[in-house]
Ligand binder design. Structure first.
Ligand code: BMA
Length: 871
């Protein structure tokens, strides 16, 4: 019998864009919700796809910008309404003549009913996956109407809560509680402890029409199972959809120069993906940043019909690298650290120390994150020596554009599944959503060389061990809370669809449900007790993670970002608006308390610019200590990813880059503490109970492929500049190794003393005591200003020890960029600030005490004795 599909003349896949003219209308309003805008104005508004309701209303000037002042609550009604997007599209004979005609949505946020010509063609209930709806039964020649009606996410989440049963959740900080885990929508859209509650809906990723013949290509995952210097092997799995009987798959792999290096043909099997093995001699291997180059091969796939016609073609890039997550038992106890299991990544057989941070959605409305913006942001991570980003599980599986840049630049991606800070239902409906989403994203994204780890969830297992409401819930007989996703479903899906990509169960997780998920010797850890409970950042020294995948310390956004968002009369640290722009419960107060650990006389009434400065310095000092310490713990520790890289709006948070994309001082500090060859002064050893360090050492981490051998000069100095003691120590560190050179035990550790260490191209300081106990001298600066091609250069010489010197040129020009920042100088030292700006500054402006700031004898304010300047 002839297969009916095979009699249709096959032809290549045709993609037809949808028109750009969409409209948005309010479809219905939940009882009791007051809509502050005239209903007429909310009908037939011009709309943008990809987009969302909030940005359409913003464009129409109907709502205030929710990122500014305290506007956000005025927009909460939007999430309690149903909204409809409408457009018309044309269908011609070319599309209508194909056996398959589909409407493709790469992202619908979230619960939608899709109607074409008044007839329903499909529904969605998951923001995190792609949908295809059959248009054949409803399509008509000429003009067709399309209407996508979104349910209120607020209502749907509550309906699902009633259906699946209440379960504990957290994460929202000071935002109004909402059960973010009851629907498959970006969790932080419900608000997070760094993000506003902006429950939106819309067609958030591209939508188009596809017409195709008997068969088409789906996702292709090139599993790299070998990548030796002599040989690489790609085990390719390609999804073929439709009638495969008369189809042949042809794969050809070209090296970066465009020469074909491997080829294969196969007949897709009747079930499952088409599989091919491609062997490559003398491969150009793909390496993480700092380990080698990132050559990208091109894989071209062609699906051919037996009659010779091409049914479909695709192209994608492939990086030839293997990746393993190494979790081996320690063969014997490690001195001072105990015995457990390793947790590190190996790429092409080589161990990698992961340096980076956690990535959150770069905007509350993620469609605004263009490929250029992704590139800019990831370049910012590269600029400060990061080699890994973790895509955190309360956001989204990002666009290809994100992973493309990471592929090109060697930034490793740790990819969470999108489940965070909650007990999730395992009921069959919910489980089906989660499985479809997991399959869709593993198939979509695993082709990227940068994607080196799939991870089950964020803190959901830890919550079950630590948070009282979670503990009570999971203890109930027969309680389902999502564990089967992390321990069974996700590993199964990854093994099936991307077996060459490692999987880990959760962040944090110790590797066994019989052990605390956040244990020191096993797995990956989140170290939050420092900021949340014990405050003082020196407590990072009490932690010995095998991999620190989260730890963070808050700091305000840059001054220009802060002043754009906060009206002038609201800039007091504890004002309502400032607290609104810090979504952690008591976050502002906590930041103030942390300042009080080291400085006297700071309270809610202190000049906002002073609190801003000290909170900023504190964030830099904290993350510097944490990251230096975790690097010093290498090879016991396999990586340090701090919380968090970016922000989604103007907010005081743990981020290094603020909501307007401006680098905070933490970003500058990161460049230093993640540099390849790290010179630090840290304790020799700290007992896991976190006692004060007894003896200091010069500790070094050589994160390069070359040995590092030289002398470290070490001095004990008085803050007035006198050298009290000194000695030199020879070190010889193998590639990727560490060294610990204790300083003499009898060096007095009095406040006002400091250790100063130098190598040929670096210097490090350690100040004994807390700032309040240190009699900082008052420096006199000698400054000289030079004009450069893109700005200017300020030379600053000091006659005294100056700690943490920053040039806040952003006070004068919001777009000014300055390098370096946070410099410590000894008497007679000069530093040079490179300033990129179109503004012509004078040396006086740049040396103003609100601009050239440091940790000094007292808070340097305008009214304090001015440092003298000479140009
Ligand atoms: C961890 C993260 C986020 C949160 C952060 C700061 O819990 O996984 O959920 O934003 O800490 O509290």
């Amino acid at each position: 019998m002839t297969n009916p599909a095979s009699v249709v003349s096959p032809s290549p896949r045709l993609r037809q864009p949808l028109p750009v003219d969409w409209t948005l209308s309010l479809a219905s309003v939940e009882a009791g919700v007051e809509v502050p805008i005239d209903r007429d104005k909310l009908t037939g508004l011009p709309a943008t796809v990809p987009g969302c309701v909030h940005t359409d209303l913003l464009a129409a000037d109907l709502i205030p910008d929710p990122y500014l002042a305290e506007h956000e609550p005025q927009t909460h009604w939007i999430g309690r309404c149903d909204w409809a997007y409408e457009t018309r599209f044309e269908l011609g004979p070319e599309a209508l003549g194909q056996p398959h005609l589909e409407l493709v949505f790469e992202g619908l946020d979230t619960v939608a009913r899709v109607e074409v010509n008044g007839q329903e063609v499909g529904r969605s209930e998951n923001m995190h996956r792609r949908y295809r709806f059959d248009l054949k039964p409803v399509a008509q020649p000429g003009s067709n109407t399309l209407r996508v009606t979104f349910d209120s996410p607020y209502r749907f989440a509550h309906q699902m809560q009633a259906k699946f049963g209440e379960r504990p959740y957290t994460g929202l900080g000071s935002n109004p509680p909402l059960p973010h885990h009851m629907m498959r929508k970006m969790a932080c859209n419900f608000g997070w402890d760094w993000g506003p509650q902006l429950l939106t809906c819309g067609i958030w990723r591209p939508a188009f029409i596809e017409a195709w013949g008997t068969a088409r290509l789906g996702d292709a995952v090139p599993g790299v199972t070998r990548a030796d210097p002599d040989h690489a092997r790609v085990e390719l799995a390609v999804e073929v959809i439709g009638d495969r009987q008369d189809a042949t798959l042809h794969a050809i792999l070209r090296d970066p120069e465009g020469d074909a290096v491997a080829e294969g043909f196969t007949q897709p099997p009747s079930d499952g993906p088409a599989r091919l093995i491609l062997d490559i001699d003398k491969p150009q291997r793909w390496w993480p940043l700092g380990y080698g180059k990132q050559p990208l091969y091109t894989l071209s796939l062609t699906l051919q019909h037996a009659d010779g016609q091409t049914l479909d073609t695709t192209q994608q890039r492939v990086g030839l690298r293997t990746v393993e997550l190494v979790t081996d038992s320690d063969p014997e106890p490690v001195a001072g650290l105990g015995q457990g299991e390793t947790f590190h990544l190996r790429v092409n057989g080589q161990r990698v120390f992961c340096k980076g941070a956690n990535w959150i959605p770069d905007d509350c409305f993620p469609h605004r994150v263009t490929p250029e913006r992704y590139r800019r942001r990831i370049e910012q991570a590269i600029d400060v020596n990061m080699n890994m980003l973790r895509v955190w599980g309360g956001g989204t599986y990002e666009d290809h554009a994100f992973y493309d840049v990471c592929d090109e630049r060697g930034v490793l991606v740790w990819q969470d599944f999108m489940l965070a800070c909650a007990c999730y239902p395992e009921a069959s409906d919910y489980a089906a959503w989660v499985e479809a989403e997991a399959r869709d994203n593993v198939a979509r994204l695993s082709r990227h060389a940068s994607l080196v780890l799939w991870n089950g969830c964020n803190e959901n297992i830890m919550g079950a061990f630590e948070w009282p409401d979670f503990i009570d819930y999971v203890r109930q007989d027969g309680a389902d809370w999502g564990l089967k996703y992390y321990l069974e479903l996700f590993p199964r899906v990854v093994e099936e669809l991307a077996p060459a990509t490692p999987f880990w169960f959760a962040s944090p997780y110790s590797g066994s449900m019989d052990r605390h998920p956040n244990a020191n010797g096993y797995g990956n850890r989140h170290i939050w007790d420092v900021w949340n409970r014990h405050g003082d950042y020196r407590n990072y020294l009490g932690h010995f993670p095998r991999f620190a995948s989260e730890f963070g310390y808050q700091g305000p956004p840059t001054w220009p970002t802060l002043t754009r968002a906060i009206p002038e009369d609201q800039r007091g640290w504890m004002s309502d608006t400032m607290q609104h722009h810090n979504k952690q419960n008591q976050g502002q107060q906590r930041a103030l308390d942390r300042i009080a650990d080291d400085f006297d006389g700071i309270d809610a009434d202190t000049d906002p610019a002073d609190v801003w400065f000290l909170a900023t310095v504190n964030q830099c000092r904290a993350l510097t200590l944490g990251c230096e310490w975790f690097r010093a713990l290498s090879p016991w520790c396999g990586g340090a990813l701090y919380w968090q890289f970016n922000d989604c709006w103007p907010v005081t948070s743990w981020a290094a880059v603020d909501g307007d994309g401006r680098p905070k001082m933490l970003w500058h500090a990161t460049r230093r503490f993640f540099r390849d060859r790290l010179l630090t002064i840290l304790p020799v050893d700290v007992t896991p109970s976190g006692q004060a360090p007894e003896r200091m050492a010069v500790r070094l981490h050589n994160d390069t492929d070359r040995p590092w051998c030289e002398n470290a000069q070490v001095q004990l100095r008085h803050i007035d500049g006198r050298v009290l003691e000194e000695h030199a120590d020879r070190f010889d560190i193998p590639p990727r190794g560490t060294a610990c050179l204790p300083v003499p035990a009898d060096w007095p550790d009095a406040p006002g003393h400091l250790i100063f260490a130098t190598t040929a191209d670096d210097r490090a300081f350690y100040f004994f005591g807390r700032d309040r106990d240190i009699a900082y001298p008052t420096p006199i600066f000698d400054t000289r200003l030079e004009t450069t091609a893109d700005g200017c250069r300020l030379h600053v010489r000091t006659d005294q020890t100056v700690r943490d010197l920053y040039l806040l040129a952003e006070r004068l020009d919001p777009d000014a960029q300055v390098h370096p920042q946070g410099i410590t100088l000894l008497p007679g030292n000069t530093t040079i600030f490179e300033i990129k700006s179109t503004t012509h500054f004078t040396a006086e402006q740049l040396s103003h005490p609100n601009v050239l700031r440091y940790i000094g004898p007292s808070l340097p304010r305008v009214e304090h004795s001015l440092p003298t300047c000479s140009v």
